[in-house]
Design a protein around this ligand. Sequence first.
Ligand code: GDP
Ligand code: ZN
Length: 323
Amino acid sequence: MRSPKKSRLNGLVIKSTGSWYEVLQQETDKIIFCRLAGKLKLQKSNLTNPVSVGDLVTMEPENENSAIINAIQKRKNYIVRQSPKSKHQMHLIAANIDLAILVTTLMEPQFKQGFIDRFIMTTEPQDIPLLIVFNKADLYSNIELESYHNLKAIYETIGYKTILFSCITGLGLDELLNFMHGKISLFSGQSGVGKSSIINKIIPIANKKTSMISNYSGKGMHTTTFAEMIAIDKSSFIIDTPGIKTLSFNNLEILDVAHNFREFFSLSKSCKFGSNCTHREEPECEVLRALEQGKISKYRYQNYINILDEVESQNYWERKKEV
Ligand code: GDP
Ligand code: ZN
């Protein structure tokens, strides 16, 4: 006799359209189409979407292939971006990530000096490890190679790995696959840097290993604001996210920026004003001293000042409007 009480299933959200969710039931490899229970939609929060790719959820089956998500398990971490629709709301991009992979290039589209550090503002608050992939290396002349080595030194000194990559020659592919093994890796980058090309290079390898791949097209990702998860094997996943146009920081205060430049934060213990120091004109500032002595990167410091200026002026205008 079957119990009259409805059974509950656990699963991993692998795709979301905002109203429908595809949830992978990992024990059976089955994909279940889900809607959200009303109570989850009504929860008060500044998030535009209560559930994202990477969320572990509990579902109540409706029939063989569909179910209602009625609980979300506590997230290990998550990535949010300012909603394109509202300045005061955040869009949940993905949850429970083991590694964030930022794809960039020193060729087309033009490399923006502050972009890596701006991206770090989205991963660092959640302590998500970061790997920076410099794509299109087949096109680099000695000038770009030198820039790459300078950037590698800057970021690896403070604990962010970088790799040189080319979809054309396959340079860096084994290294990248090693990094991703056994992890949920989130892929981000500006449009045009080659993120889809890299994923399409990984997928054929994945296809040989498993049948668990969802119908990934490599196209259409730019038209949606939602991420999609693709399985590489039983324990390794990619989360593909829409190409980034701009990264805005309405959600940040000055000290959030200071605390998420990790090498500044660790020095701030010795600043006179400790973790309240903004490392600009304060007396006895350890970050300014380290900058003078060449112990921290001028490049990072300049990017830091630029983000601070931006946050400061935007918060000034926001508050002025409120008065
Ligand atoms: P996405 O917008 O980041 O997904 O970028 P795409 O994967 O669509 O690639 C943008 C353009 O860059 C396409 O024309 C690709 O063929 C090209 N591309 C991607 N990776 C490489 C690479 O490693 N070397 C070269 N030379 N071109 C690349
Ligand atoms: Zn300081």
